[in-house]
Design a protein around this ligand. Structure first.
Ligand code: G3I
Length: 340
């Protein structure tokens, strides 16, 4: 996607695809189209420490080396999240053999070891990911959700950022979440963007080292979504706290009807068009805001998209199709970048 501007353009990388000798095109596109990469899975705790005390750095190191060879920056993803935790950890907490004090210690050790291992090689770390509930959760009043809040209380957020800063003072430390592309009612009880804004503002007021907010950007053509000015305004409001911003996991999924699966252009084309518009809206917003450092797509090809695995009736979420042909979204983004 070129570098005719100072915005870094990235993709999440599936290491299995990158290393698959039958997939030279996958590797070629990662090398040639992107200036920053994110590990889709291999820097998550279950992957780095599948057995307690035994680290598996291999695949993550490989990606970091790959990025260095191709002059790409790395977004580290992710230090603290409730998903993809190792079984020994969740089992230990569930059966009571790991208590609260030990859990906090394990988290400190995890953050310290991982950030130290990659010290100097990570541009932006997603320190905490998806800590806040959605309006459709129970209770619907927004709250801190998930394993870490349940077992340690929300104080883990400040701890995590402090431990990460201590281990690599130069890495930019991000809070990363979805459904924070635009502000809504302004009431933190039901507006997730406002909740996150208040949360980060409070962390900063307490001297917690947060450097940025990552807005994931998982959109769908079946939803209303946003316009560029709304998204730019949200990014600007976060930047007003002194933060950097980034679009970190952009993709735009669509309902896969029988007609889409059968290749009916009357059903496919409007989806491709709406998808392209949404990729572009987020890109233009990021381009317009100088604190928006990078725009990363969460995988670039429908061949290796996470979407059907999570939403079996949805797909078409990426900027290349399953045969690595660029879609309309790719072309629209390219135009946005050329004329930026
Ligand atoms: O590695 C195992 C493999 O050994 C096994 O055979 C296979 C069978 O299902 O599963 C493989 O693990 C899968 C893993 O991806 C690696 O491919 C998991 O089942 C699957 O659940 C996992 O999905 C990932 C998902 O996070 C899980 O939480 C997606 O690839 C990844 O794209 C997705 O990424 C998240 C971000 O980290 C945070 N934001 C949302 C985003 C999308 O859900």
């Amino acid at each position: 996607l070129g570098l005719r501007h100072n915005l870094y353009i990235g993709t999440a990388v599936d290491m299995a695809a990158l290393n698959d000798p039958a997939e030279p095109t996958y590797r070629k596109i990662v090398e040639s189209e992107f200036s920053t990469v994110t590990a889709e899975n291999v820097m998550k705790w279950e992957s780095l420490e599948p057995t307690r005390g035994v680290y598996n750095w291999g695949p993550a190191d490989e990606l970091v080396d790959f990025a260095r060879r191709h002059d790409q920056r790395v977004r580290g993803h992710v230090l603290v999240w409730q998903n993809q935790l190792p079984k020994w950890l969740t089992d230990g907490v569930a059966d009571g053999s790991i208590g609260k004090a030990e859990l906090r210690d394990l988290l400190r050790r995890h953050i310290t070891d991982v950030v130290t291992h990659f010290k100097g090689k990570i541009w932006q770390w997603d320190v905490v990911n998806e800590a806040v509930s959605d309006p459709w959760d129970t209770p619907s009043t927004l709250h801190y959700k998930g394993f870490w809040a349940e077992h340690l209380g929300p104080g883990y957020l400040a701890d995590a950022f402090r431990w990460a800063r201590a281990a690599d003072p130069k890495a930019l430390l991000f809070y990363n979440d979805y459904n924070i592309e635009a502000f809504g009612s302004g009431n933190p009880a039901d507006d997730k963007t406002q909740f996150v804004y208040d949360m980060v503002k409070d962390l900063l007021a307490r001297g917690v080292p947060v450097d940025g907010v990552g807005s994931q950007g998982h959109l769908g053509t079946q939803y209303g979504n946003f316009d560029t000015l709304q998204v730019a305004a949200a990014l600007r409001k976060f930047a007003g706290l002194g933060l950097s911003t980034a679009l970190t996991e952009v993709d735009v999924r669509s309902e896969m009807t029988d007609g889409v699966r059968a290749g009916n252009p009357n059903e496919i084309n409007p989806r491709l068009q709406a998808s392209a518009a949404n990729f572009s809206i987020l890109l233009q917003a990021c381009l317009a805001e100088r604190h928006c450092l990078s725009y990363t797509v969460w995988g670039f090809t429908d061949k290796h998209s996470w979407v059907p695995g999570t939403f079996p009736t949805e797909g078409l979420a990426s900027i290349y199709d399953e045969n690595y042909q660029p879609k309309r979204a790719y072309n629209v983004m390219r135009a946005d970048l050329i004329y930026a």
